[in-house]
Design a protein around this ligand. Structure first.
Ligand SMILES: [Zn+2]
Length: 444
């Protein structure tokens, strides 16, 4: 199959015109710029980008959208509402909800999602007859929606620093770190495939004690798998960690040997200079989730200092208050402008790199996220004739994509050589109807 792109981003500072992308068995076999559209090629209008990676997702949070915007509060009051939702989910309901949420992602140009999955067990923490029923639901949802998945099976053992699990949290927990490792080993054996990777996560320093962290790190080491953790999302999390352990969450993770090139710190909103130094020296990634961080009033992550410190940045929609990687990308720059009263910290190609190449890398897909020979054939085409994008100059198409386009401008999505979105519609799912049904179901 050949695709001819009116414009395509091949990794430089501007988009190239007239780009031919050849594909066989889901892999890019040729890329040539400045050529006319050959007979038989599929013509992709507008700007074509590599597939977008949503590096941090909790699929079930999609059902909170709008409902948590009434009244006031903090992350912690929001969490109470999130726990009410978590208590309602069964594997069947979660399959339907995640299929719809992943469908929304694919329509937004997401070709790979990192699912930070901790809803492992039934009510009161009782295992399902099939202990991997929830994992199976998520894997099936990703397959049904046509998105590649990194299932980050999350170790969650405590209710907070030095506190026990509450009623809902018992659904998240295994008996101990060894039991977590045995379960994730089985998840890996059953579900790892050409379109699914299984990685590890430790929920946070709140949920995993120092002596338990090594189990997560060593499982990931054995499998060469990514390992993610929520890190310093909250000031209170830092304060608790310092009070109990005498150091920051990042320092604690470093001391337990968890940091490294396969490690991703999610959020990093309240990292200090030493934390940034540790993560930079480790070759780690930080996954920023700006639309969630602003929704939850978490704060603004120090993205400029992170990049200066050698940390790779990835992006995630996390709680899915919105699902739009262009909005996440521009928020990194625009939030930094508000914090510094200065413009121009993160150029558009850098932000697109976070949404594509870096995101895929931190999810374990080093051969995706670029329009290059040998890479997975993921193509995301944006219209340049909508009310948001019309009139964009050819030399500023990347800036238009990052600072003006939205998920609604995505019109064609190819995932591993399969056309999953055509003319703005999902090939297999009526996503809006599926979302309405699945969200209503969990609240009734
Ligand atoms: Zn999260």
């Amino acid at each position: 199959m050949q695709y001819w792109c009116e414009y395509a981003w091949l990794g430089g500072d501007t988009a190239a015109a007239g780009v031919l992308v050849g594909e066989r068995d889901g892999v890019i076999t040729e890329v040539a710029a400045g050529v006319a559209c050959p007979a038989g090629a599929i013509r992709l209008a507008g700007l074509t980008l590599p597939g977008l990676a949503n590096a941090h997702s909790h699929a079930f949070h999609r059902a909170l959208r709008g409902r948590t915007e009434v009244g006031s509060g903090t992350f912690w009051t929001w969490r109470t509402q999130m726990y009410e939702l978590a208590a309602t989910l069964t594997p069947e309901r979660y399959h339907r909800l995640a299929t719809a949420a992943y469908g929304e992602m694919v329509l937004a140009g997401v070709t790979c999602v990192g699912e930070f999955h901790y809803l492992h067990h039934g009510p009161d923490g009782v295992q399902y007859a099939d202990p991997q029923a929830m994992d199976e639901a998520l894997v099936a949802a990703a397959n049904d929606a046509g998105v590649r998945l990194t299932l980050l099976d999350t170790c969650y053992l405590h209710g907070g620093v030095g506190t026990s699990l509450n009623e809902v949290q018992r659904r998240f927990a295994d008996a101990d770190a060894d039991r977590w490792a045995a379960r994730v080993e089985e998840v890996h054996r059953r579900f790892a495939s050409a379109s699914v990777k299984v990685g590890a996560a430790l929920h946070s320093v709140r949920a995993v004690a120092p002596h338990e962290m090594a189990s997560v790190g060593s499982w990931a080491e054995r499998h060469g798998a990514p390992v993610h953790a929520h890190v310093s999302e909250q000031v209170a999390e830092n304060e608790q960690c310092i009070a109990v352990h005498g150091c920051s969450p990042t320092q604690l993770l470093a001391e337990q040997g968890v940091l490294g090139p396969r490690f991703t710190a999610v959020h990093g909103t309240h990292l200090d200079d030493h934390d940034i130094e540790l993560l930079g020296h480790a070759g780690a990634t930080v996954c920023l989730c700006p639309t969630t961080e602003r929704d939850l009033a978490d704060g603004i992550g120090p993205a400029g200092r992170m990049r200066d410190g050698g940390i790779a940045l990835a992006l995630g929609s996390d709680s899915h208050a919105v699902i739009d990687l262009f909005e996440e990308a521009r928020a990194v720059e625009l939030d930094e402008r508000l914090a510094t009263q200065r413009r121009g910290h993160h150029p558009a190609p850098v932000l697109l790199g976070a949404a594509t190449d870096a995101g895929h890398r931190c999810l374990g897909w080093a051969d995706a996220g670029r329009l290059a020979v040998g890479h997975t054939a993921d193509l995301v085409s944006l219209r340049l004739d909508t009310v948001r994008t019309a009139g964009a100059p050819a030399e500023a198409l990347l800036e238009t994509a990052v600072f003006a386009a939205t998920a609604a401008d995505v019109h064609h999505v190819v995932v591993g050589g399969d056309v999953v979105v055509r003319d703005g519609r999902h090939a297999r799912i009526d996503v809006a109807a599926a979302l309405a049904a699945a969200v209503n179901e969990v609240w009734t």
